[in-house]
Design a protein around this ligand. Sequence first.
Ligand code: NAD
Ligand code: ZN
Length: 249
Amino acid sequence: MVVDDRLAGLLRGAARVAVLTGAGISAESGIPTFRDAMTGLWATSRPEDLATRDGFRRDPGFVWGWYRARRLAAAAAEPNAGHRALVALESQVPELTLVTQNVDGLHQRAGSRDPVELHGNISRMKCFDCDGPADRFHDGDEVPRCGHCNGLLRPDVVWFGELLPRAALERAHRAAGRCDLFLSIGTSNLVEPAASLPWLAASAGAPVIVINTTAEGQRPGPGIDTLLGPAGTMLPSLVHAAWPDLAPE
Ligand code: NAD
Ligand code: ZN
């Protein structure tokens, strides 16, 4: 895949880069996305049963088991060339903020320094009642209890109807509002407020490069370029086009 010189030049010339990633960047690591019709996690499970406070209240064991299976799958998966290209990018750009909607921890395992986790992390737990962090990691198939208040523990991810962690959202907004270039990778732009970040950057004057296997859900417009293809191929190509001497992963 040859990336045109103009896009490579945009990347090379940017002092501040903001990157938003979604489930698509982990697809090539074998982790299903939420909405891809054939393999999507929601194709076999109902979001209102699995990713809401009401669903957990109704059947905590079912929700715990589903997340436990996803946690084990994420732990068994490996970061792919897309995750690694972002680590390489971080080494070249003076200021890079990586914002992820993913909860799988693959950016951290690839070596990204301090990604902003907008939707939490599936390997952490917190209390359903007092919201405090778990005092230790639990990996059994029984729903564990909080060491402080004896409430049930739940995954530390953002469910439908819940607010995003404030500090994370502030960092994401700040990065989008002041970047010289915004990359939006593998996200369907269906979940707010993350969905607005690329357009926030665009309205502040930053060029936006979208990488996705489909143009569906992406907003065309001035200053927005779309690279159609898998992130595991397109991202390394883009980084290589900007810095041809950078050692290939
Ligand atoms: P989504 O499932 O709604 O959309 C995935 C997007 O990735 C689609 O636009 C699809 O066309 C694209 N895509 C699929 N394969 C790709 C590839 N190889 N390269 C590039 N793009 C590809 O995902 P989203 O926008 O992140 O949705 C939001 C919710 O899904 C978030 O709340 C997130 O927490 C959650 N989620 C996370 C994970 C994970 O942590 N890996 C997995 C599933 C869902
Ligand atoms: Zn508690």
